[in-house]
Design a protein around this ligand. Structure first.
Ligand SMILES: C[S@@+](CC[C@H](N)C(=O)[O-])C[C@H]1O[C@@H](n2cnc3c(N)ncnc32)[C@H](O)[C@@H]1O
Length: 351
């Protein structure tokens, strides 16, 4: 197996406290918990067992298990993680996951067993039956557009026995994010992880971005090719205005450093809120995408304008909270207009 992955040296980033900024802690993680919780409940209603074996595709340091454990369904014991298997290509990130989740003190509370496996998402090894096929942090965007469907077909065929209900979570980069308007004209491009806490891994990796409808078609076709059915499909956009690349300004000329500015507002600081106005010109896009961006900009800018040029610290904190609500209102559109696009598919049939 090739040892070189785009994440060589990324351990420092994934273990740094700076990675969990205010936006991550109060916008992104709660949104992920909420969406994953709702998906677990929909899957339960369609036959997902209460005791689940989880396969985390591109697990990195094992963040997927933390996300699951942060859902209300798992916290309340309505869903229990009987077994967690993390699959990743990067030996260094897997070693961090092993230390965190499978050390001498055993698995985290409430988790039956943990296994960490080195393997390629494009052709995942046999890992036995699983009920939740999870991905978080856009690992599936590493695959070329025409490789995602076949990879999902293989994983569903191998990990979901016929007749069992499973939840498949496909997390990828959104095609139409404000962070990369200069790349809207293509679906696979050299993506630099220049927002890493260290620049050890700032080399570009080819990544695929996805339109919401295109992703759903691909997943439905892949599941059908595995001889299974999609019983329910729900898409959500995440980090519409504050994705990590708004801090680098790398792929959208003129976009304010929105993530840094929102973090500053939340701490009661920052300058004139007008600096956060979204007013970048948008390249051609499907009408629903253009309309969604227009709605986001109007709602966002209206709230900023109402704050005036010099709000006090409490008003700045309230403004940061309100901007979060503006963003959250548009998450369920699932068009691919955020940093990430997640499709939750309940898979069944095939018996
Ligand atoms: C941005 S990280 C996300 C990690 C983790 N899921 C999280 O939420 O933080 C993407 C992960 O995908 C892994 N990855 C990339 N290409 C892969 C491949 N072809 N097979 C397996 N893992 C891969 C990387 O090693 C990395 O750990």
């Amino acid at each position: 197996m090739d040892d070189a992955t785009p994440y060589a040296g990324a351990v420092d980033h994934y273990t740094s406290a700076a990675r969990r900024d205010w936006v991550k802690r109060t916008w992104e993680e709660p949104a992920l918990h909420r969406h994953l919780d709702a998906a677990l409940r929909r899957a339960r209603a369609l036959g997902l067992p209460a005791d689940v074996a989880v396969l985390d595709l591109g697990c990195g340091t094992g963040v997927g298990l933390d996300l699951l454990r942060g859902t209300a369904a798992v916290a309340a014991g309505d869903v229990r993680v009987a077994r967690y298997t993390g699959l990743d290509l990067d030996a260094d990130l897997l070693a961090v996951a092993r230390d965190r989740l499978a050390g001498p003190e055993g698995p985290p509370p409430g988790v039956g067993a943990v296994a960490l496996v080195r393997g390629d998402l494009a052709d995942p090894p046999e890992v036995g039956p699983h009920d939740v096929l999870l991905s978080s942090g856009v690992p599936l965007s590493h695959l070329p557009p025409d490789a995602l469907g076949p990879a999902l077909t293989r994983v569903v065929t191998r990990a979901v026995p016929p007749g069992r209900t499973a939840l498949l979570v496909v997390d990828v980069l959104g095609r139409w994010s404000l962070e990369w308007t200069s790349r809207w004209d293509r679906t696979r491009w050299a993506y630099r992880m220049s927002f890493f806490a260290t620049d050890a891994a700032a080399e570009a990796a080819e990544m695929t971005t996805w339109d919401g409808e295109e992703l759903e078609r691909t997943v439905r076709t892949a599941v059908a090719a595995a001889g299974r059915e999609v019983l329910d499909a729900t898409r959500v956009d995440r980090s519409l205005a504050v994705g990590r690349h708004t801090s680098t300004g790398e792929y959208t000329p003129g976009l304010p450093r929105l993530r840094d500015l929102v973090d500053a507002l939340a701490a009661g600081g920052g300058g004139d809120p007008a600096a956060l106005r979204i007013a970048v010109p948008l390249p051609p896009a499907p009408p629903a995408v253009a309309a969604a961006h227009a709605r986001l900009a109007v709602a966002w800018n209206t709230r900023l304008d109402a704050a005036g040029p010099a709000p006090d610290a409490a008003a700045r904190r309230a403004l940061a909270e309100d901007l979060r609500a503006v963003e959250a209102a548009q998450e369920p559109e699932g068009l691919g207009i955020g940093h990430s696009l997640t499709l939750f598919a309940v898979v069944g049939g095939g018996a």
